[in-house]
Design a binder for this molecule. Structure first.
Ligand code: FES
Length: 128
């Protein structure tokens, strides 16, 4: 997904968002640190989000940069910097903290990614 054109809503409250409790993946499916994207379509509704793992913690965000509204990754699941220490927007290289999605460098510094509530239950990552 590389288009920057406006599209259907990707808000977590959209009808296509995984319902609370829905299994997303196994924790062991995620590298540490690592990330994985999820795209769900339900008719005209669309949801694009991703989860980021650091240790036993997993954070979820809507896949939309607060700078220009573009998806963050040019390639599937490539949300992190090479060192895995920040979320990287491939649009204009904004950097976001893994734990709260706050932009610490780039054209949207001080703004943040939209959270997508997720949780870890045993070895499962679920929508929360
Ligand atoms: S769209 Fe993300 S930094 Fe510009």
């Amino acid at each position: 997904m590389t288009s920057g054109a406006p599209g259907p809503s990707v808000a977590p409250e959209g009808s296509a968002a995984p319902k609370p409790g829905a299994r997303l993946c196994a924790l062991s499916d995620l590298a540490d640190p690592g990330a994985k994207g999820f795209e769900v379509r339900d008719g005209e509704a669309r949801f694009s989000g991703f989860v980021v793992r650091r240790g036993d913690q997993v954070f979820g965000y809507i896949d939309r940069c607060p700078h220009a509204g573009w998806p963050l990754a040019l390639e599937p699941d490539r949300y992190l910097t090479r060192a895995g220490d920040y979320i990287l927007c491939s649009g204009h290289a904004a950097l976001f903290r893994l734990e709260d999605g706050v932009c610490v460098g780039g054209p949207c510094a001080g703004r943040r990614l939209t959270p997508w509530p997720v949780a870890v239950a045993g070895d499962e990552v679920i929508a929360a």
